[in-house]
Design a protein around this ligand. Structure first.
Ligand SMILES: NC(=O)c1ccc[n+]([C@@H]2O[C@H](COP(=O)([O-])OP(=O)(O)OC[C@H]3O[C@@H](n4cnc5c(N)ncnc54)[C@H](OP(=O)(O)O)[C@@H]3O)[C@@H](O)[C@H]2O)c1
Length: 244
């Protein structure tokens, strides 16, 4: 076997039109999974995997998630990568930013778990994407950090609730990964080169992560190789979690 085997598994990937979700969807398919792609931009999803089933879905819209659940076939797993980043301190952030961060990062996974949970087969695995700044506080990404901390707890709660059905749930907490999300953040910076160097230098391995590294861990967690792993939040951050 050359990599984690996902043959025969039907997996839903959110945020599949960009960044980590896109790379993960491609990896899961290459490892044998049937992948359903969800995201807001259908054209981007079609670019990820031509020919795959694509679903236009704002995961924070309960009516849309409920309607999707009514047509969705039984699933062997979810990789919930959709999310949005906003910076700013508690005092500097308008409350609308807090609401938007909770909607994009926490309400979405909650709604998907609530409505798609009944469709998960025994043996299924769910992987949420949190963040290392949901584990360790830094100033200036307050609403995002708080939402991601909620994602980590959601993974643990779901692991307990679903264990009797032999369904697992874990979260990955990545450090900085060079995706369109980070590129957009850098584009808004006064000194993008300095910010990029700072992001790369915040961990002992001295570089940013790659989308492929997050996807590989997700593939392991979705596969039967990790059948005894549930309720965990795994930092994937070049060692940053060991330092703070
Ligand atoms: N990159 C990092 O450094 C980093 C670090 C830690 C955690 N993360 C997390 O990793 C995940 C993937 O991020 P990324 O860096 O790959 O970012 P990305 O390239 O910006 O991709 C994010 C995706 O989420 C989708 N999305 C956002 N809000 C949505 C909503 N309400 N409904 C449905 N889809 C929505 C976007 O869809 P559209 O394109 O259609 O808008 C996009 O495809 C996110 O949860 C992020 O918070 C990233």
């Amino acid at each position: 076997m050359t990599g984690t085997e996902l043959t025969g598994k039907r997996l839903l990937v959110t945020g599949a039109g960009s960044g980590i979700g896109r790379v993960a969807a491609r990896l899961f398919q290459a490892r044998g999974a049937e992948v359903l792609l969800a995201g807001r931009r259908l054209d981007a999803l079609r670019e990820t995997l031509p020919g795959a089933v694509c679903v236009a879905l704002d995961h924070a819209d309960e009516a849309a998630v409920r309607a999707f659940a009514q047509t969705c076939p039984p699933l062997d797993g979810l990789f919930l990568a959709a999310g949005e980043l906003s910076t700013g301190s508690v005092e500097a952030s308008p409350v609308a930013v807090f609401d938007a961060m909770i909607a994009a990062n926490l309400r979405g996974p909650w709604l998907l778990a609530h409505h798609l949970g009944p469709l998960l087969k025994p043996g299924a695995s769910v992987v949420l994407v949190g963040s290392n700044i949901g584990l360790r506080a830094i100033p200036d990404s307050a609403a995002y950090s708080v939402a991601k901390a909620g994602v980590h707890m959601l993974a643990k709660v779901l692991a307990l609730e679903w264990a009797p059905r032999h369904i697992r749930c874990n979260a990955i907490a990545p450090g900085p990964v060079h995706t369109p999300m980070v590129a957009a953040r850098l584009a808004g910076s006064a000194d993008p080169a300095e910010d990029l160097a700072r992001l790369a230098g915040v961990n002992p391995l001295g570089r940013m992560g790659t989308e492929a590294e997050v996807a590989a861990l997700a593939a392991h967690l979705l596969s039967d190789e990790s059948a005894w792993t549930t309720g965990t939040v795994i930092p994937l951050d070049g060692g940053a979690d060991a330092v703070y």
